[in-house]
Design a protein around this ligand. Structure first.
Ligand SMILES: Cc1cc2nc3c(=O)[nH]c(=O)nc-3n(C[C@H](O)[C@H](O)[C@H](O)COP(=O)(O)OP(=O)(O)OC[C@H]3O[C@@H](n4cnc5c(N)ncnc54)[C@H](O)[C@@H]3O)c2cc1C
Length: 496
């Protein structure tokens, strides 16, 4: 059997893995990354993202540190506001029903700004998310929902950037290299077995950092842990995150932690492929539902589409759609709001119905009770509070009265033709359950003791997210905890 030797072996090739590898290398450790995917599918879920990252900022100066090339005109016409540590805490606490692990949450928030600056110093470029996160009202853009920056070139740009940096820093990246088992004894972890081109390679390392993602691409685990019906969910991202990192650690006695029946799941093109398609990226998602309404097969609304900014509802509404009859819904918009629809509605791969009358539209909604759909839209239109002005940049309080399921904000009538409808199902992003880590990123065992030589970061750590998730936190969490794990492992192992 071939044997390779490094100070630090990182399992995975997404954002968390790169942060861990680069941070370990800073300490002088010899580092290799083992990526299960072939090179053209590498980068995990990170490659599928638009690269949006939630970060604390106290004003435009903090944004300029990350995005130094903002133009004078952009600065003059944009209200960036602030996103303070307190606001980030409030968002994490509220959306997780106060279940987020407070220590981990504090680390995430307090280190978000310095970690993105560290990424920038390493050579990662950022841009501001005009369009998706700020609308132009009266000549000015206003950012909302705590989300302002994204990596240049989205997820693919982030992976490309990290790959160049890793090469520059002398980190080896092995593709088609699937980690299968930890090398472990009473003294801890001493490496990992990797299957490469049909052969097992023994990787001897003083520390292993697991960054192999959640278990969302594993249909059996989905049904087992998320529950019945979840085996049928579409997977939005990589087909390679099948829970291997979690499994390998549990096999040697690691503690399981977090919301194992919970996940991040969104409204997603109904007839999308089983896994993500890198040529489409995140564009199968359909996130403009706050401007319209959603109907299920019974022709009924089933959720408050305007309960909050989409950043705080989209990640839990996939599960709500999964629980509808036949696991689908139609999103409906009239001409008043169509200019606000995100770019993802303008791709070729959509299931769309369009009509000039509501009667015609409901007849075109495949597998929907058309009579009930028309009744629902008529009742909804009558319930809209029309004397409150519509404003997509704030929670405008333009709601409905008297409906069993209210719409709390952005309630516009559906009455101005042409009408458009888009069919969605549940698209699963990543799972919330995973491993428990210590403050320095070490995986802990069932006795709550750190396992010597074993670290973890990214999707596969549990404890941060329960029930829901504030948009843009996955990449930031991977960066913060990846850097911590890499730093600890690098400091522990280098030259020793
Ligand atoms: C469509 C989509 C859009 C998203 N948009 C955003 C966004 O805009 N902002 C945001 O913050 N988050 C977003 N997310 C979530 C985000 O992608 C994740 O939170 C983040 O990328 C997780 O990083 P990670 O490094 O932990 O996992 P990943 O990037 O998934 O990396 C896991 C890696 O492990 C590898 N791997 C798996 N098993 C093995 C094994 N046995 N051996 C070796 N390697 C293995 C995989 O191939 C992969 O390279 C989005 C996700 C999707 C799917």
């Amino acid at each position: 059997m071939e044997t390779l030797t490094y100070d630090v072996a990182v399992v995975g090739g997404g954002n968390a893995a790169f942060c861990a590898a680069v941070a370990a290398r800073e300490h002088g450790a010899s580092v290799a990354m083992f990526e299960r995917a072939p090179k053209d599918e590498a980068g995990g879920n990170t490659s599928f993202t638009a690269g949006a990252m939630r970060v604390v900022y106290d004003g435009v100066e903090d944004i300029q540190q990350l995005v130094p090339d903002l133009t004078e005109e952009e600065l003059a016409t944009t209200d960036f506001g602030t996103y303070t540590e307190d606001e980030f805490f409030d968002d994490m606490a509220r959306v997780t029903n106060y279940r987020t692990d407070s220590d981990m949450c504090e680390t995430l928030i307090r280190k978000s700004r310095e970690t993105l600056r560290w990424m920038k110093d390493k050579g990662i470029r950022f841009a501001c998310i005009y369009g998706r996160q700020a609308f132009k009202v009266d000549g000015r853009f206003k950012f909302w929902g705590g989300l302002v920056v994204e990596s240049w070139g989205g997820g693919p740009g982030l992976i490309e950037g990290w790959t160049k940096i890793a090469k520059r820093e002398g980190i080896d990246i092995l593709y088609n290299a699937c980690a299968t088992k930890l090398i472990h004894d009473d003294d801890g972890v001493h490496g990992v077995l990797v299957r490469k081109e049909g052969k097992t390679v023994e990787v001897r390392a003083k520390a292993v950092i697991l960054c192999a993602g959640g278990f969302q691409a594993n249909a059996e685990w989905r049904a087992r842990y998320l529950g019945p019906g979840w085996d049928l969910a579409k997977v939005r991202g990589t087909r390679f995150n099948t829970g291997d990192g979690i499994r390998m650690a549990l096999e040697i006695g690691a503690m399981s932690y977090g919301n194992w029946s919970g996940s991040h799941a969104v409204g997603w093109e109904r007839y999308s492929p089983e896994f993500g398609d890198l040529t489409v990226g995140d564009n199968f998602q359909k996130h403009s539902y706050p401007w319209g309404i959603m109907l299920n097969a019974d022709g009924k609304r089933f959720v408050d589409e305007g309960a909050d900014f989409r950043n705080y509802t989209y990640a839990k509404y996939g599960a709500v759609i999964l629980n509808q009859p036949q696991q689908f819904a139609w999103q409906i918009f009239d001409s008043k709001v169509q200019h606000l629809l995100r770019d993802e509605y303008r791709i070729r791969q959509v299931t769309k119905a369009a009509a000039n009358t509501l009667e015609e539209l409901v007849g075109k909604l495949e597998e929907v009770n058309a009579d009930q759909a028309l009744k629902t839209i008529t009742e909804y239109n009558a319930a809209v509070i029309k004397d409150v002005p519509f404003n997509p940049n704030v929670k405008d309080g333009r709601g409905t009265v008297g409906l069993d399921i209210p719409k709390s904000n952005w309630a516009n009538t559906i009455e101005d033709p042409p009408f458009e409808a888009y069919a969605v199902t549940c698209g699963l992003t990543f799972t919330f359950g995973g491993l428990k880590i210590s403050e320095d990123g070490q995986v802990v065992d069932n006795e709550a003791m750190p396992i010597p030589g074993l670290y973890a970061a990214g999707e596969l750590i549990g404890g941060l997210f329960y029930f829901n998730y504030p948009g843009g936190t996955g990449l930031t969490a991977g960066s913060v905890f990846g850097r911590i794990a890499g730093s600890s492992a690098g400091a522990e192992t280098a030259g020793g």
